[in-house]
Design a binder for this molecule. Structure first.
Ligand code: AN0
Ligand code: CP
Length: 316
């Protein structure tokens, strides 16, 4: 494997799930695989889970790990080619990337959408430069359009908790005070579309995701209808994708907060969210604290998804 940025990079998802199960049974079984290999994790944005779970996964495999927070202690990086660098950015990505590549064997990158320039975001301008210029295999730790380590952990979690072969999984938009990327929702949709689960997306009008991510999912604007008979409710906020509102918050309608009344429409569904979550905006205290909330095991599976992916890199 040369890169891991989307569901296609993992290949057959049942094979990937089997590998994840094997790792979960004994996460130290491959602790020699990463000996004398170094992972460099580069963060352009904040993180709790991705930082800790990916580092832990690499350590389970015997790797050395270095972490760089680009905005704290490193030189500010210019990402556009051709600009006269007379501002506050001291270094260009085009030098920084091959330099960083020279110190490690594998690179993880977190670089969110800027939500201003849709074309630049959807071309994955930063991540693709790492792939092109680092000379090392690269994986996404949430880039502009996708968060594949999260979606893989979500798939592992659904696989563990499902009580029927073909559960009904619902991705529901929920309100949030600030503009957030579409990456988690896009990616979740992409991975659910790779399964044979029944998959429904519900959101207010104006929050339509890019058609390539919606794929074969059923879009249902009526949340009550969408929730009926659901086995998993996956809540997430995202900002508008469609022009002319790209990156905008169109509403913060509290009717879309996931509460007990909404959950009672489901078939005893589990509640999922990638975290961090804003309580009583996205989901009520009651729902996230209920015995149907699986947000903690979901987050714990981030170690397993990361280890499965890093193991693939080490083996190839
Ligand atoms: C980010 C997002 O929505 O993409 C990261 C989620 C894992 N969330 C926030 O910035 C709150
Ligand atoms: N879910 C997730 O990626 O969390 P962090 O942003 O804390 O890494």
């Amino acid at each position: 494997m040369k890169k891991f940025t989307c569901v296609a990079d993992i290949g057959d998802i049942n094979r990937a799930l089997n590998e994840a199960r094997e790792i979960k049974k004994d996460r130290f079984a491959f602790s020699q695989l990463g000996k004398n290999k170094t992972l460099l994790m580069i963060f352009f944005n904040s993180s709790l889970r991705t930082r800790l779970s990916t580092q832990k996964a690499a350590m389970n495999l015997g790797m050395n790990v270095m972490v760089l927070d680009v905005n704290q202690g490193a030189w500010k990086l210019e990402t556009e080619r051709g600009v006269i660098m007379d501002g506050d950015k001291a270094e260009h990505l085009l030098e920084a990337i091959p330099v960083m590549g020279s110190y490690c064997d594998l690179i993880g990158v977190r670089s969110f959408a800027n939500l201003v320039d849709k074309k630049s975001d959807y071309e994955e301008k930063v991540l693709s430069q790492f792939i092109e210029y680092s000379g090392k295999p690269v994986f996404s730790m949430e880039a502009a359009t996708r968060h594949p380590l999260q979606s893989f952990a979500d798939l592992i979690t659904i696989d563990e908790f499902k009580t029927k072969e073909r559960p009904k999984v619902v991705l529901t938009w929920a309100p949030h005070p600030k503009a957030l990327p579409q990456a988690v929702a896009n990616s979740f949709a992409e991975w659910m579309n790779a399964t044979d689960y029944e998959f429904v997306i519900t959101h207010p009008e104006g929050y339509e995701l890019a058609p390539e991510f919606v794929g074969k999912a059923r879009v249902e604007y009526d949340r009550e209808k969408a929730f009926k008979g659901a086995d998993f409710i996956y809540a997430k906020n995202w900002s508008a994708y469609s022009d002319p509102n790209y990156g905008k918050v169109l509403n913060k309608d509290p009717k879309w907060t996931v509460d007990s009344k909404a959950m009672s429409l489901t078939d005893g569904a589990f509640f999922m969210h990638c975290l961090p979550v804003r309580r009583n905006m996205i989901v009520t205290d009651e729902v996230i604290e209920s015995d149907k909330s699986i947000v903690i095991p979901e987050a714990a599976n981030r170690e397993i998804s990361a280890q499965t992916v890093i193991k693939r890199f080490l083996e190839s």
